[in-house]
Design a protein around this ligand. Structure first.
Ligand SMILES: Cc1cc2nc3c(=O)[nH]c(=O)nc-3n(C[C@H](O)[C@H](O)[C@H](O)COP(=O)(O)OP(=O)(O)OC[C@H]3O[C@@H](n4cnc5c(N)ncnc54)[C@H](O)[C@@H]3O)c2cc1C
Length: 405
């Protein structure tokens, strides 16, 4: 067996949440990261982009990776929400502009593939213990955790960070139960070019079977799209040839971005909700999709995962400065407490929004209409809604606080 590594923290999973957590934790702790390198992890390229809000961008800046991501990052200046559900009570259109909050942009839209590649390269350059492999087994002992992979390496750590996504073996090893729900919907993630410029505006079109959200890319005539609909409808759309797919997307968008052309590679994501009953277990803290999966509406998923990462880094940093065990019960309890409200409100808020968009229930449609009228008519209410969408209900972790750059 190769030489064993002993470290403060072992992060399992080299996705965006795991890599951000590892880099944030490494500010004050010794950290090992274990997870397949980006090319190996993504057998087919990840076609998703992530709209990252201001605090997530501040984290990327603090981790020293945003300059490299800048050429891949498209500013998100406004969000337009349109009710195209065809219901009796059509809610009025709604537009949120970052300038109303005195901001140039709500955040930036960045391709997942670029984000992971840049974070992985940074982790490879600053973290000596980066193991491009899968963890096969985890033993959670009284005083240490031991991670074992394919019999040739072994890592001992005070704390295991489970950033290993949907089927997290860290979550299973710690015996953390989940509540999970699958919906009869699939999301297509792709990108396309169009004849009218996006002008930094994301369009969220609420239809009966799901929403279609376009998000600006760096080119003025290119956007990414998350197209959610019922499973049978997405299966039909995926069988269309390229020209018919483009026509269908253009029709659904009602010509808002002009003629649609050149749709890129598509991937499909079944719509699900997963919530771990706790973010912690023995010597284990969960971050990102290992802890919570939301339907991809309202750009919350990875923003939430990055807030997990930065908050955990704060908790571990305080513990180490006081000479405490980073995987001790008090540190884990502090992390769980710090993240609970944000995770619960986002998980159930997005779930409620997703269900309300599918509902034809008249009182719900009336309520939605009233809220939309109120938001349109009252700028202070609109600004409050924007702040709630962008910021957690609790204090921002230190690496996410704006600083002079
Ligand atoms: C269509 C779509 C659009 C989205 N758009 C947005 C958006 O605009 N904004 C936003 O904030 N969020 C968005 N999200 C959510 C966002 O994409 C996810 O939250 C994010 O990609 C999850 O990252 P993660 O690191 O938590 O998990 P993952 O990306 O799943 O990473 C987990 C990693 O763990 C590794 N792993 C698994 N098992 C092991 C093991 N045994 N050993 C070692 N490594 C292991 C995997 O190889 C993988 O690299 C969207 C999601 C979808 C589906």
């Amino acid at each position: 067996m190769a030489e064993a590594i002993d470290t403060n923290v072992a992060v399992v999973g080299a996705g965006p949440a795991g890599l951000a957590a590892a880099l944030a934790l490494a500010c004050n702790a010794s950290v090992a990261v274990i997870g397949p390198a980006p090319q190996a992890a993504n057998k087919s390229v990840d076609t998703r982009t992530a709209a990252l809000l201001e605090s997530s961008v501040d984290l990327l800046k603090a981790l020293g990776v945003f300059d490299e991501l800048r050429p891949h990052a498209a500013p998100l200046k406004a969000i337009r929400i349109i009710d195209a559900s065809g219901s009796l009570l059509r809610a009025p259109d709604l537009e949120f502009r970052a300038s109303e909050l005195g901001l140039e942009a709500f955040g930036y839209n960045i391709a997942n593939s670029a984000l992971i590649e840049v974070l992985y390269a940074k982790a490879a350059s600053v973290l000596p213990a980066l193991q491009p492999a899968n963890v096969g087994r985890i033993e959670l002992l009284q005083t240490r955790a031991v991670l074992i992979g394919d019999g040739v390496w072994r890592i001992a750590a005070g704390l295991v960070v489970g950033a290993d996504g949907l089927n997290s073996i860290c979550r299973k090893a710690a015996g953390i139960p989940v509540s999970e729900q699958r919906f009869d919907q699939i999301a297509i993630a792709t990108s396309f070019t169009h004849c009218a410029p996006h002008e930094g505006v994301s369009i969220e079109l609420h239809q009966r079977g799901g929403s279609i959200t376009t998000v600006p890319l760096t080119e003025p005539y290119a956007s990414s799209v998350i197209w959610i609909d019922r499973t049978d409808e997405i299966q039909r759309i995926m069988r269309l040839d390229a020209a018919s797919f483009e026509r269908e997307l253009q029709d659904r968008l009602g010509g808002m971005l002009g003629h649609v052309r050149a749709v890129g590679a598509c991937s499909q994501f079944p719509i699900a909700r997963l919530a771990a009953e706790s973010l912690v277990g023995r010597r284990t803290a969960l971050v990102g999709e290992a802890a919570h999966i939301l339907p991809p509406i309202g750009a919350q998923g990875l923003n939430l995962g990055l807030r997990d990462a930065a908050t955990l880094a704060d908790c571990v940093s305080v513990a180490l400065k006081r000479g405490r065990d980073p995987g001790g019960g008090d540190v884990l309890a502090a992390y769980d407490r710090a993240r609970r409200v944000d995770v619960l409100t986002r998980t159930y808020g997005v779930d409620l929004l997703s269900r309300s968009l599918l509902s034809g229930f008249l009182p719900l449609l009336v309520a939605r209409g009233i809220v939309t009228y109120g938001l349109n008519a009252l700028p202070p209410l609109r600004r409050l809604a924007m702040r709630i969408g962008m910021l957690p209900p609790t204090e921002l972790p230190s690496l996410m606080r704006p600083r002079a750059h």
